[in-house]
Structure formats: structure tokens, C-alpha cells
Design a protein around this ligand. Structure first.
Ligand SMILES: C[S@@+](CC[C@H](N)C(=O)[O-])C[C@H]1O[C@@H](n2cnc3c(N)ncnc32)[C@H](O)[C@@H]1O
Length: 274
């Protein structure tokens, strides 16, 4: 009886008000850490996506490589000391992952001050390019580490748009389909990343595309990470303290096709209704 009450009545109220989360957040102060986030741990045996041998091999070689990475560009630009912290921050790992995978096209969602873009740019192969996407132009971000000269060769470009919107993702569908390496590091507001996932499934990424998700331990990201059906690996202990996840997007084409078909249907239904 009490259980039914909790499930049917109390849970929706708590979920809507987030009152329970606010209370739990108060408890985090007892740990005295500089940064803290409410998170949860889930069993892996029933996770819809499992690590595969490609991700494990890539993780091992990238972690080995990250130990020796020096982020010279970030030093030159006087980036804060935390940017060089590894493990703990993801910048050295991102650089190492790019060195290991040699992507021709990196798509980064979430430019902010440019730290991750610069960390990856320094590792790009000669023919590679990096397109970084944000809803705010980099010139309007106070304290940006980017400079106009970074964009002169065309290796680095910024797109100002919201790829979580269907018409925007459609407009940039060729770019999305050509991406070899994605870094998803945007708002984590419990909405954008979910909309982005839907668009990535609709557009369809290249087989073998690698998608790196930042902050997968954030409360707002738990469901998104849990529900990914493609092969995936949580690499948080060697990345960002708030969570770093790798997804081998193109390898589970059957599951991916199913998700795509379901999403298309869902999208059509929503479009017809709205
Ligand atoms: C955590 S910061 C990115 C940090 C950066 N990747 C780094 O590691 O240096 C998040 C960025 O996502 C941007 N953002 C928020 N919503 C977005 C959206 N819908 N599309 C693209 N970027 C978005 C914010 O403006 C902000 O600059």
C-alpha cells in the first residue's frame, strides 16, 4: 500500500519539483569536495550497450598515451592549471583519443572557452579539421582561449546553432554524417543532449564514428548514458571526474537501425500531432 502510494503519487511530485534531489544535494556538502554532483551507479550486466573490444583497445592505448601528453597550446594560452590535471579533467585524454583515432572530421558540441577544441586541435592529423558548435559565438564568451588566427587555415571552424533542433540537424546532415569523432559537451540541462541524440539517430552517423560524452555521471545525463544501445565504455576514472563515456556509434547497426526506425515513427507522430 505504502509502496503503491510512493510509486503512483509521491514519485511524480518529487520528480517534478526535484525537491528530493535538492535535499540530497545538501548532503554532498559533508564531503567537503571542491566540486560535487549528485549521481547514481547502475548494474552493467543489463545495460543495453556493452563495451566491445574496439573500445577497450582504444581506451587502453589512449590512457597510455594521455600520460605523456603535454598540452602546449593550452600552456601558451595560459589556461588554468586544472586543464592539465589528468586523470580528473578530460583534456589530455581527448588529445590522446584524437592521436589514436586520427579523425578527418571532429565535431564538438559545446565550444565555451575553447579548451577542449584547442586540446583536440593540437592532435589533429594534417588532413583533419574540427568543427566546434555552440549557441553562443566564441567571441562573446568572456575569457575565451581562442584567437581569430586559430580559424585562418580552415582547420578550425565554429558553427553557431542548436543541433538538437530537427531542421538545424537536417541542414547540417552531411556534416554530421561525415563526422569521425564527436565530443558532446553542451548544456546537460536534461533536454538538449536528449534532443541531440534523437537527431543523431535520425540523421545517421558514419559506421565506426566515435562519440565521446562528457559528464555522464551528472544526474541529468544518467538516463541518456544508460539508454545508449551501441557499444559503450565508461572511462570516467581516466577522464573527467564528472564522467567520460565512449560510444562506438556505428558498430551496432541493427540496434541503431531499430532505434532510427522507432525515432522516425515517433518524430512523424509528433510532427503530425503538432
Ligand atoms: C561545458 S561548456 C563546454 C566546455 C568545452 N567543451 C570545454 O571542455 O572546454 C558547455 C557549452 O555548451 C554550450 N551550449 C549550450 N547549449 C547548447 C546547444 N544547444 N548547442 C551547442 N552548444 C550549447 C554553452 O553555450 C557552453 O558554451
Amino acid at each position: 500500500m505504502v509502496n503503491v502510494f510512493l510509486q503512483k503519487m509521491l514519485r511524480p511530485v518529487l520528480a517534478h519539483s526535484k525537491f528530493d534531489l535538492s535535499l540530497a544535494r545538501l548532503r554532498l556538502r559533508d564531503f567537503g569536495a571542491l566540486g560535487s554532483e549528485l549521481s547514481a551507479a547502475f548494474s552493467l550486466e543489463d545495460s543495453p550497450g556493452q563495451p566491445n573490444s574496439r573500445l577497450i583497445a582504444l581506451a587502453l592505448s589512449s590512457v597510455r598515451r594521455a600520460q605523456d601528453v603535454e598540452l602546449k597550446l593550452l600552456m601558451e594560452r595560459k589556461a588554468p592549471a586544472y586543464a592539465h590535471l589528468w586523470p580528473g579533467e578530460h583534456y589530455k585524454l581527448l588529445n590522446a583519443l584524437v592521436q589514436e583515432t586520427k579523425p578527418r572530421l571532429i565535431l564538438e558540441i559545446g565550444t565555451y572557452t575553447g579548451l577542449s577544441a584547442l586540446a583536440m586541435l593540437a592532435a589533429l592529423p594534417p588532413e583533419g579539421r574540427l568543427v566546434t558548435v555552440d549557441i553562443i559565438p566564441w567571441q562573446q564568451i568572456p575569457g575565451s582561449f581562442l584567437r581569430p588566427s586559430d580559424f585562418e587555415s580552415g582547420k578550425l571552424q565554429q558553427l553557431v546553432c542548436d543541433l538538437g533542433r530537427h531542421e538545424v540537424a537536417e541542414q547540417h546532415s552531411n556534416l554530421l554524417r561525415n563526422g569521425d569523432f564527436f565530443l558532446v559537451d553542451a548544456s546537460k540541462d536534461g533536454d538538449f543532449e536528449y534532443r541531440l541524440m534523437e537527431q543523431l539517430k535520425l540523421v545517421g552517423l558514419k559506421p565506426g564514428a566515435l562519440v565521446v560524452f562528457d559528464d555522464i555521471r551528472f544526474w541529468n545525463m544518467l538516463k541518456l548514458w544508460r539508454e545508449i544501445t551501441q557499444p559503450k565504455l565508461d572511462l570516467s576514472s581516466f577522464g573527467h571526474w564528472s564522467g567520460t563515456g565512449l560510444v562506438d556509434w556505428g558498430r551496432s547497426s541493427r540496434l541503431y537501425q531499430k532505434a532510427t526506425t522507432e525515432n522516425r515513427k515517433g518524430f512523424r507522430q509528433r510532427t503530425n500531432q503538432g
